[in-house]
Design a binder for this molecule. Structure first.
Ligand SMILES: O=C[C@H](O)[C@H](O)[C@H](O)COP(=O)(O)O
Length: 262
């Protein structure tokens, strides 16, 4: 892809670019999934090819694994890495405590496993992902295909006792067929509107038979790099309690912008 980027792509790009500050030579790095994470993979690939950065990447989806290999990043499995220095990933929503909704692209299971096996998780996002209260974005829940409608009914029943606005859910589709995750499961999107107690909901959902994992990431994220369409970035570190602001230049190269992942 060449030419002028939209403000939202600029915001995603500068967040991803700034987040490369968290990556040092020799690190084992968890590579997220989605359009923002794709920018990160491309930026890291460029650093590998042009600056000699040596990293081992653990991808969170087959899509990211393909892109990482394509841009020159050495890819290893999580079991080979055992533990990661940092994972950098996108999010669908983040709140003031850096709790997240993830899974809009269906990769939440591998993403949560990889993020929790890391010393640090850094989220990269455009400013539109920040919310006061999680829940406007439908919460993805990964369920096994066997008896998924029973799991769905149990989930909706469980939501009656929860601090949420809505309780309906829909099976995610891919055209005419159910969406299938990398682990061969389905995704139910929960239309909750507002999640009053995300910590409680995350625990309760995972007790329901058939539920594999949910897209609430509680106390997992350490820092967020927020991008704006004009090139500004803000790095909020929840542990250090610091906020850093900067402005990045756009350096559009064919290397970085060809085959932009969706
Ligand atoms: O399953 C997908 C992931 O959780 C993504 O990181 C999330 O959906 C954000 O994606 P994007 O950067 O494309 O908005």
């Amino acid at each position: 892809m060449t030419g002028e980027l939209s403000p939202i792509d600029k915001a995603k790009f500068v967040a991803a670019k700034k987040a490369t500050d968290f990556v040092e030579d020799g690190m084992r790095v968890g590579l997220g999934t989605g359009s923002t994470a794709a920018w990160l993979v491309r930026c890291l690939g460029e650093m590998v090819r042009e600056d000699g950065l040596r990293i081992k990447g653990v991808p969170t989806s087959t899509r990211t694994a393909e892109l990482a290999r394509e841009v020159g990043i050495e890819v290893i499995s999580l079991d080979a890495a055992k533990w990661l220095d940092v994972t950098i990933d996108g999010a669908d929503e983040f709140d003031g405590e850096l709790n997240l909704i993830k899974g809009g692209g269906g990769a939440l299971l591998q993403e949560k496993i990889v993020a929790t096996a890391s010393d640090q998780m850094v989220v990269i996002a455009d400013i539109g992902k920040e919310v006061e209260t999680l829940g406007a974005f439908p919460l993805p829940v990964e369920v096994v295909p066997f008896g998924w409608q029973t799991s769905q009914a149990l989930i909706e029943e469980t939501l009656v006792g929860m601090d949420v606005l809505g309780r309906s859910s829909t099976l995610r589709m891919n055209g005419d067929a159910p969406f299938i995750t990398d682990e061969g499961n389905h995704i139910l999107d929960l239309h909750l509107g507002r999640i009053g107690n995300p910590r409680q909901l995350a625990m309760v959902l995972n007790q329901i038979p058939g539920v594999v994992e949910n897209g609430l990431f509680i106390d997992i994220c350490d820092a967020v790099v927020i991008g704006y369409g004009d090139g500004r970035v803000e790095v909020r570190d929840i542990n250090a309690g610091t906020v850093e602001e900067a402005t990045l230049d756009f350096v559009e190269t064919d290397n970085l912008f060809t085959d932009l992942a969706d």
